[in-house]
Design a binder for this molecule. Sequence first.
Ligand code: MG
Length: 216
Amino acid sequence: MKTIKLNNQDRAVGNIFCIGRNYTEHIKELHNATPEEPVVFLKPTSALSLTETPIILPDYSMDVQHECELVVYIDRNAECVKEQEALDYVGGYAVGLDLTARDVQSQCKQKGLPWTKAKGFRTSACVSDFIDSDQVVDIQSQYFGLRVNGQLRQHGYTADMMFTVAHIISYLSRVYGLAAGDLIYTGTPAGVAQLQSGDKLELLWADQIVAQFQVQ
Ligand code: MG
């Protein structure tokens, strides 16, 4: 069973939902079209990786990139939830990495194939410990980021999301249903770039380091 940490307790993880193309500047850097509804894909639970666990670059990719994202932990079952009530279903928030084999993803897109091999490999869903949602006053006014080898590589403001956390939860609850234990990666801001063996990564929430990873 895969778990995350919330309030120093292990919590079981169910589905891992990920949102693509949720920040305008990232859509531009990859020359993607702007979506009319959230772009959703899944990662297998086996891909989940907690702080201090080495990142494994898959040997079938020459271009694994970091996508630093706000991650949501759902702690109540949710079906057809209204946007106004959606945040009541959140147990906590974290900063994570949606690691992406960009070359493999491009091949998948060209062939019209699913992205699983590009997005779901071992250790591709990195995440920090979770902060209790009660301690976050306004989730749409948070700053997060990623330092690689001591240099700021990526940073984002949740205010810049095209689809808010509440909208995403409402949408997922209506289409798929959400269950206690599900995680949601909410999309990356601009600044995605390639990882190299030996890179040291620090995930930031405001000015605090909330997780550290090293690429094997
Ligand atoms: Mg992503």
